[in-house]
Design a protein around this ligand. Structure first.
Ligand code: KIV
Length: 271
């Protein structure tokens, strides 16, 4: 990547340009200042303050318990770190499904209190009124279809979605609806690659996949998963770029042993 394109701040408009020119979009999650700084400096285009923070930061089984205040805390930490990437923040469960006024109030809090660039919302037709109202306030919205983890109790499983024709057709319709409403991009999670490619070909906005194959406009992964910190989580779609679980365990074990043996600190590490 050239120095110029690395320094150019990523906007929603730029992402659409990238789709048009065939340049793939890279997106990763981050939830804290130090990680976001590294992700941004590495040239990743979009940083998602995902509600997966509920799993990887807080240790909950699902994404449902995380609150708007907690998401705002994570997003503020990330925002302070980021110079180039577009910062998108998940609206957590229960903050937009009830009615569109509530949805707008939640999105406004995120934009005002975190200075993020956009929000992300799970769902299609069922929440389109909320999407439209948020967009009317000038807040960019990223959609999220397919496996939408906030609906895990309805699905009952984290298995691949939209394998059947009826669900696939609904997903295509929802993607078009989000595009028509004015969303600047949509995430497709854990659906057949053939369907994801069809969606990417049929909508003009960027389609970012996670477990949706290579025929889309960009990819997103949860940073703890791709770094190998969450070593017990091994879905087929995950490519691990590091084994930080191993690296960290080794460091913690050696530190503990050094403290117990009295070899840390030594003279040169003392005042
Ligand atoms: O919360 C999250 O990390 C997400 C990604 C998996 C897309 O929504």
């Amino acid at each position: 990547m050239s120095v110029e394109s690395k320094l150019r701040a990523v906007t929603t408009y730029r992402l659409i340009e990238m789709k048009q020119s065939g340049e793939r979009i890279s997106m990763l999650t981050a939830y804290d200042y130090s990680t976001a700084r590294i992700v941004d400096a590495a040239g990743v285009d979009v940083i998602l303050v995902g509600d997966s923070a509920a799993n990887v930061m807080a240790g909950y089984e699902t994404t449902l318990p995380i609150t708007l205040d907690e998401m705002i805390y994570h997003a503020r930490s990330v925002r302070r770190a980021v110079r180039r990437a577009l910062v998108v923040v998940d609206l957590p469960f229960g903050t937009y499904q009830g009615n569109s006024k509530h949805a707008l109030a939640s999105a406004v809090r995120i934009m005002k209190e975190t200075e993020a660039d956009a929000v992300k919302i799970e769902g299609g037709k069922e929440i389109i009124e909320s999407v439209e109202r948020i967009l009317c306030a000038g807040i960019p919205v990223m959609g999220h279809l397919g496996l939408t983890p906030q609906s895990i109790h309805k699905f009952g499983t984290y298995a691949v979605r939209a394998k059947e024709e009826a669900e696939a057709e609904k997903l295509l319709g929802d993607a078009r609806l989000l595009e028509q409403a004015g969303c600047f991009a949509v995430v497709l999670e854990k659906i057949p690659a053939v369907l994801a490619r069809r969606v990417a070909q049929q909508v003009s906005i960027p389609v970012i996949g996670i477990g949706a194959g290579g025929g889309v406009d960009g990819q997103v992964l949860v940073v703890h998963d791709m770094l190998g910190i969450t070593n017990e989580f091994s879905p087929r779609f995950l490519r691990r770029y590091a084994d930080l679980h191993g690296v960290m365990t080794d460091a913690f074990e050696r530190y503990s042993a050094d403290v117990k043996s009295g070899s840390f600190p030594n003279e040169s590490e003392s005042y």
